[in-house]
Design a binder for this molecule. Structure first.
Ligand code: HEC
Ligand code: HEC
Ligand code: HEC
Ligand code: HEC
Ligand code: HEC
Ligand code: HEC
Ligand code: HEC
Ligand code: HEC
Ligand code: HEC
Ligand code: HEC
Length: 452
């Protein structure tokens, strides 16, 4: 019977004995692709090199403020495309002054230890705590003496309490003031009873809103006493403007001195107040000569210091009224707020310096606008009950730690959030060296059309 014969020989013939000489599709494509991609990579690198870009060798994106030199590796790296620890402080100093921290410090860390690059940081000034605690965790000073706590490991229990609370020094201000009394309900105001708010006397700048209890007064620029970083987020809005008589008190505490004169005395040093009073009274009596001979009447609660016989002439009339006005002003009106060393016959008693503190924490930053969502009383708890100027109404470190701590849903607690590192009073002038053409790859500075 003729049929299919399945001999081993025939079966073997089906197998291609040269199979290893041909390549399978997958392997073939793998090779084509790797060749093509390598070629593409080389072409791209070549193109980058032709365009003078070294980005492909970078270890990560350059910080946002440095993006404009992100491509010019040699701005920071000593030698083009030579990487590793090639960044020197001199490279940074070509464009920046980075003044020293403390003359007491035992060594000087490199710029790049704190200002970490290639992480695409939006703010390079936001440095990590490691660089600070490397010293402050166990502080050494050249003179071996310390002015600050020697072991600060973070913004935690190892961080010192703020100076005014730690030293318990009283508020050095000399303006008498009772917060509790002024914040009570139905306080007698100039035109009816009022409920005062903190914001009636304390604002971080004068915005455009009027002051309810005084005259419009031009804003003073708050002098915070310490130079800050060139691009610090702090400004003269950060601290409260000091209270001012004209702006905050004058509506309720007027400086009237004689019922015949409709104008209050100016709020200034006694010699000028006295000159103003004399001038006004002379003007008055010149216009009302018939009043010279009228008998004296006593002024309110002030005991009559002048004899009850009529004045002989205008000069004597003025002299008597001035004496009365001075008794009222120096002895009562001004004295309500100032400790005047007033002795009878003293025409111009000295007024002590007001000594209002505009910046309490000289070695730590604070910014009121950054905390404007928080009610005043949650930080200044004592204000509502304070009766004396000498009370210090500032929050202690525990209050800050409720929000500024490590972990999620917390405000930043890195040292650089609240502290200056560089002593910006020692900032040096940086000689400009680059042309715009060099920075922006432009052919020539004279070709202004390419500038835009
Ligand atoms: C604004 C300055 C700056 C520019 C511009 C810059 N770098 Fe850097 N780069 C640094 C700093 C700082 C370091 C950290 C060096 C150190 O630790 O001392 C660094 C580190 C590196 C490292 C890692 C080296 C190591 O030891 O970990 C590489 C790679 C690198 N840079 C490549 C580049 C390339 C490529 C470019 C250009 C595309 C570039 N950098 C541009 C500042 C810069
Ligand atoms: C070619 C000039 C140049 C070089 C080199 C340079 N910078 Fe800058 N840097 C700038 C400019 C421009 C800005 C943005 C404007 C500004 O803040 O002064 C800036 C911004 C900064 C800032 C502020 C960023 C922020 O948080 O807003 C810091 C910090 C800084 N540079 C540190 C360094 C350090 C550290 C080096 C050396 C590794 C360095 N720079 C090298 C030009 C330079
Ligand atoms: C121990 C950490 C540390 C070192 C080292 C350091 N800085 Fe700073 N730098 C800071 C901190 C924190 C700030 C932000 C607070 C301040 O201004 O002091 C800052 C701010 C700056 C700023 C201003 C940023 C701005 O826009 O306000 C510049 C510029 C700067 N540093 C440059 C340098 C240069 C240049 C060096 C090296 C000579 C250097 N820094 C070394 C921590 C450091
Ligand atoms: C190289 C060591 C060193 C580093 C790094 C260092 N400090 Fe200091 N710091 C000192 C010394 C020394 C003093 C002076 C201590 C004294 O006089 O008792 C000091 C004082 C201070 C003071 C108090 C005095 C003042 O004028 O403000 C603060 C706040 C401070 N450092 C914050 C920082 C912060 C924030 C950092 C990190 C960005 C930092 N320090 C990094 C050594 C260092
Ligand atoms: C939330 C804000 C905040 C943070 C975060 C913070 N501090 Fe302070 N720190 C302050 C304030 C405010 C003071 C009080 C300054 C004063 O009394 O003049 C202070 C005081 C200090 C002092 C003593 C200064 C003196 O003259 O008495 C040192 C040193 C100090 N801090 C270092 C650090 C270090 C290091 C870190 C990071 C580990 C840090 N601080 C984190 C706010 C902060
Ligand atoms: C009628 C104006 C007025 C009002 C309203 C007022 N203050 Fe004052 N405040 C002053 C005067 C004046 C001083 C300076 C004398 C002193 O230190 O007591 C002062 C000082 C302060 C100080 C700094 C002095 C220190 O010792 O800490 C703080 C903080 C303060 N006030 C918070 C508040 C808060 C919070 C409120 C609202 C609950 C408030 N004040 C309402 C007038 C006012
Ligand atoms: C209702 C309270 C109040 C009365 C009343 C008052 N002052 Fe003042 N005085 C202040 C306040 C608040 C300051 C600090 C801010 C300012 O200059 O307005 C001050 C500051 C002064 C200063 C500047 C002190 C310094 O620091 O050098 C002089 C001078 C002065 N007053 C004189 C007078 C004289 C004179 C009178 C009376 C005619 C008077 N004051 C009445 C509240 C008062
Ligand atoms: C809204 C009106 C009003 C304003 C604004 C005002 N005061 Fe008064 N003040 C009063 C009243 C009302 C009294 C209570 C007078 C009395 O009963 O003898 C008073 C009393 C005082 C006393 C005496 C307190 C005592 O314990 O006897 C002082 C000091 C004083 N004020 C200071 C100030 C200063 C400083 C300012 C501005 C920063 C100011 N006041 C703003 C209404 C005001
Ligand atoms: C998150 C806490 C916090 C809040 C909220 C806050 N303060 Fe302060 N305040 C402070 C600290 C801290 C200081 C000390 C700052 C310094 O002088 O160094 C201060 C200082 C002051 C001073 C003294 C002058 C000055 O600027 O240093 C006055 C006045 C004051 N605050 C009023 C207010 C008023 C009014 C509010 C509400 C509108 C308010 N504060 C909200 C923390 C706070
Ligand atoms: C109710 C929560 C809260 C409290 C209490 C608080 N902070 Fe803040 N603070 C914040 C927030 C939110 C920010 C802004 C976001 C951030 O920087 O994390 C901030 C920002 C800051 C900044 C940076 C401001 C700027 O503009 O650069 C400083 C400095 C600061 N706080 C200091 C303090 C000090 C000192 C205290 C204690 C007297 C304090 N904070 C208490 C929530 C708080």
């Amino acid at each position: 019977m003729a049929g299919r014969t399945r001999t081993t020989k025939k079966l073997a013939q089906r197998i291609d004995r040269n199979y290893f000489k041909n390549r399978f599709a997958i392997a073939r494509w793998r090779q084509y692709l790797s060749l093509a991609l390598t070629a593409a990579g080389l072409i791209w690198l070549g193109a980058q090199a032709l365009a003078n870009r070294q980005t492909p060798y970078s270890s990560g994106p350059i910080a946002v403020p440095h993006a404009f030199i992100g491509n010019k590796c040699n701005s920071c790296h000593a030698v083009n495309t030579s990487f590793g620890k090639s960044v020197t402080d001199q490279a940074c100093s070509a464009c920046h002054s980075g003044p020293v921290h403390q003359k007491e410090q035992t060594f000087q860390p490199a710029c790049a230890e704190c200002h970490l690059e290639h992480r695409g940081a939006t703010r390079l000034a936001q440095t990590s705590d490691k660089a600070c605690t490397a010293c402050h965790g166990d502080l050494k000073t050249k003179s071996v003496t310390f002015h600050v706590a020697a072991k600060i490991k973070g913004f935690d229990s190892s961080h010192p309490e703020f100076t005014p609370l730690r030293t318990k020094q009283p508020d050095p201000g000399t303006i008498k003031f009772n917060h509790q009394m002024h914040l009570k309900k139905d306080l007698r105001g100039a035109t009816g009873n009022v409920q005062m708010k903190c914001d009636d006397c304390h604002r971080s700048n004068t915005f455009a809103r009027p002051w309810p209890y005084g005259q419009p007064v031009e804003a003073k620029l708050v002098d915070t006493g310490v130079l800050r970083a060139p691009h610090s987020r702090l400004s003269n809005r950060s601290y409260m403007e000091p209270v001012e008589y004209n702006r905050n008190c004058s509506a309720c505490h007027t400086l009237m001195f004689d019922k015949r004169i409709k104008e209050p005395a100016p709020h200034t040093e006694p010699a000028r107040v006295r000159a103003f009073v004399i001038g006004k009274l002379q003007e008055y009596i010149a216009a009302h000569t018939s009043e010279i001979g009228l008998p004296e009447e006593t002024e309110g609660r002030i005991p009559p210091r002048v004899p009850p016989v009529p004045a002989k002439n205008a000069a004597e009339w003025v002299q008597r009224r001035v004496a009365q006005a001075e008794t009222l002003l120096w002895g009562k009106t001004c004295k309500e707020c100032h400790s005047l060393g007033f002795a009878a016959g003293d025409n111009t008693p000295p007024v002590p310096k007001a000594n209002l503190t505009t910046r309490w924490l000289k070695h730590g930053n604070f910014d009121h606008p950054a905390h404007q969502m928080v009610v005043c009383s949650s930080c200044h708890k004592q204000a509502a009950t304070s009766m004396l100027t000498s009370d210090v109404l500032l929050p202690g470190i525990k209050v800050c730690q409720t929000c500024h701590h490590s972990g999620d849903e917390a405000a930043s607690s890195t040292c650089s959030e609240c502290h200056q590192y560089h002593d910006w009073t020692k900032e040096e002038f940086v000689e400009p060296k680059l042309t715009a053409a060099r920075v922006f790859h432009l052919p020539s500075l004279t070709d202004v059309s390419k500038w835009q």
